[in-house]
Design a protein around this ligand. Structure first.
Ligand SMILES: Nc1ncnc2c1ncn2[C@@H]1O[C@H](COP(=O)(O)OP(=O)(O)OP(=O)(O)O)[C@@H](O)[C@H]1O
Ligand SMILES: N[C@@H](CCO)C(=O)O
Length: 309
């Protein structure tokens, strides 16, 4: 039987919560899985034009990873992949592909892996849980990846919390943005990260939106990545004076995330963000989104639509 797996985008770090904190956004990667006589992997649409068809595709490799973890073989299948998440922009496209593949294989094999094992497998494969946890669970998730497993707390988004993302029209591979970071930090920087991440998680849990501006301050990664993302320093310094509650580099960038109060008109923030893009000779999109709360969804009775590809 055909089934669908729908995985949301995610924005990791939220400033100081490097490799540990993220939220889920309603742009989706959708997998359509149909058991068949031979295995076919079919990426669809312009966003996936550069990704491999066949067993080398990252989604299919994630399916194989989950099957190995379950001690099983994947049966032959047709896998169609579509995405609304722009690749290599800091919106968790790779996490969505990974989580989607793992959940799809688990579904196909009769769910041998428990939900905690799915999260831990994805977090270990990605190397950090801050995209895969919100992609799987929805909402805002803080997580640690330790030898004993991946521990997490999921927060429902506070009332009136909305997101505006500025998505520039250029790619920045996570590997390149991670290579820009130092190997070690001072005790002062560690204390800064601990205190700001704690304050940020507390503020999000309690709905104290007025604390976000200060709490989203980061010294661990954004200062080192600013040279790779024109306009980032300007937005981090000034977005809160133009209608944002706070701003951060989304994941490894180049997307920039602004948190905002949905009771306020976003027009001034949009005007400001478009001005930053223009000022740096860049093009891109500015998009208002809610925080997704559903996470990954499996649909076992999808509407019949003609297969493409
Ligand atoms: N649906 C997909 N199918 C196949 N490969 C994908 C898919 N989505 C992402 N990828 C792979 O992941 C790469 C992007 O991963 P990368 O970690 O650099 O960025 P990201 O996940 O979009 O951003 P971030 O991790 O900062 O949120 C793509 O170049 C592609 O190789
Ligand atoms: N925490 C990760 C997210 C991107 O995968 C980083 O900032 O590099």
């Amino acid at each position: 039987m055909t089934f669908l797996v729908r995985v949301p985008a995610s924005s990791a770090n939220l400033g100081p919560g490097f490799d540990s904190l993220g939220l889920s956004l309603p742009l989706f990667t959708t997998l359509r899985v149909t058991p068949g006589a031979v295995t076919e992997v079919v990426p669809l649409g312009p966003e996936l034009a550069g990704t491999p068809a066949g067993a080398g595709n990252y989604v299919y490799r994630a399916m194989q990873l989950a099957a190995r973890r379950a001690g099983r073989d994947l049966p032959p299948l047709r896998l169609e992949i579509e995405t609304e998440i722009p690749l290599a922009r800091g919106l968790g496209s790779s996490a969505a592909a990974l989580v989607g593949g793992i959940v799809a294989a688990n579904e196909l094999l009769g769910r041998p892996l428990a939900p905690g094992a799915l999260l831990d497998l994805a977090a270990r494969e990605e190397g950090h849980p801050d995209n895969v946890a919100p992609a799987l669970l929805g909402g805002i998730v803080v997580a640690t990846l330790g030898p004993g497993g991946t521990a997490h707390v999921r927060l429902a988004p506070p009332p009136h919390l909305g997101v505006t993302v500025l998505v520039p029209d250029f790619e920045l591979a996570t590997s390149r943005a991670r290579a820009a970071l130092p190997e070690s930090y001072s005790r002062a920087d560690a204390v800064h990260a601990l205190s700001h991440t704690g304050l940020l998680v507390g503020a999000l849990a309690q709905g104290q939106l007025e604390l976000l501006r200060g709490a989203m301050n980061d010294r661990l990664h954004q200062p080192w990545r600013a040279a790779l993302v024109p306009g980032l320093a300007d937005i981090l310094a000034n977005a809160a004076d133009h209608g944002a509650l706070g701003a951060a580099l989304s994941g490894a960038g180049p997307t920039v995330l602004c948190l905002r109060d949905t009771r306020q008109d976003p027009a001034e923030l949009h005007h400001y963000l478009h001005g930053v893009l223009r000022g740096h000779g860049l093009t891109g999109g500015v998009l208002d989104l809610p925080v997704d709360t559903a996470g990954t969804v499996v649909d076992t009775s999808p509407q019949e639509v003609p297969a493409r590809g």
